[in-house]
Ligand binder design. Structure first.
Ligand code: GRF
Length: 200
């Protein structure tokens, strides 16, 4: 597939999902910029190694969420981005940014939403005693980890799992699923009707 939509990846942490996107030969999307709120984020090093432009928008430098979100939006507009891919981005985007990019911002979350939204989803699932958890890719709306669900994969919880071992197996699924979703977005194969997402 060629297509080549222009995407921005927003990441705060280790950037293994970003790496999975970088390593997908036929992504259908060009990663134009990687933006992080944390200058020490390993995701930025991964982008640099791949020759991708990086930008740091520090949270603390902003007076408010609106200002932070406005600065992120400024970067996304400056680079004429078609879709924004959140990959371990630990900040919440403001409603103006979300409205401006309705159904063009996607997020990946390490649980089967609507179970265990928010931080520490993997530990929450373990503490709750679920036997199956997983990964969700969804469009971002004004509520945290809430928008229309694009794709999910289940991951079995093992008796001796701790948060690290379980998260490692969830990440394996994430690294398969996120590139598939980006490819489908690039092809225009994803339709949204209220909360219902259809792959066409
Ligand atoms: C992933 O598990 C993702 O689901 C969650 O944050 C983690 C990011 O991992 N939102 P990485 O930075 O891509 O390695």
């Amino acid at each position: 597939m060629e297509v080549m939509i222009r995407i921005a990846v927003l990441a705060s942490g280790s950037g293994t999902n970003l790496q999975a996107l970088i390593d997908t030969p036929d992504l259908g999307a060009e990663i134009i910029i990687v933006v992080s709120d944390r200058p020490e984020s390993e995701a930025l090093r991964r982008a640099e190694r791949a020759g991708i432009t990086t930008s740091v928008v520090p949270w603390r430098a902003s007076g408010s969420r609106a200002e932070f979100s406005g600065a992120i939006r400024g970067e996304v507009e400056r680079f004429e981005i078609d879709a924004v891919v959140l990959a371990g981005f630990m900040r919440i985007l403001g409603p103006e940014m979300i409205r401006g990019y309705r159904n063009r911002i996607v997020n990946i979350h390490p649980s089967l939403l609507p179970a265990f939204p928010g931080a520490n989803a993997v530990a929450q699932a373990l503490e709750h005693g679920v036997k199956v958890t997983g990964v969700t890719v969804h469009f971002v709306d004004e509520e945290v980890d809430h928008g229309p669900i694009i794709a999910q994969r289940a991951v079995r919880v093992l008796a001796d799992d701790d948060p690290e071992s379980l998260h490692a197996r969830i990440r394996v699924e994430e690294h398969h699923l996120y590139p598939l979703v980006v490819q489908a977005l690039a092809r225009g194969d994803i339709e949204v009707d209220g909360r219902i997402v259809r792959w066409t």
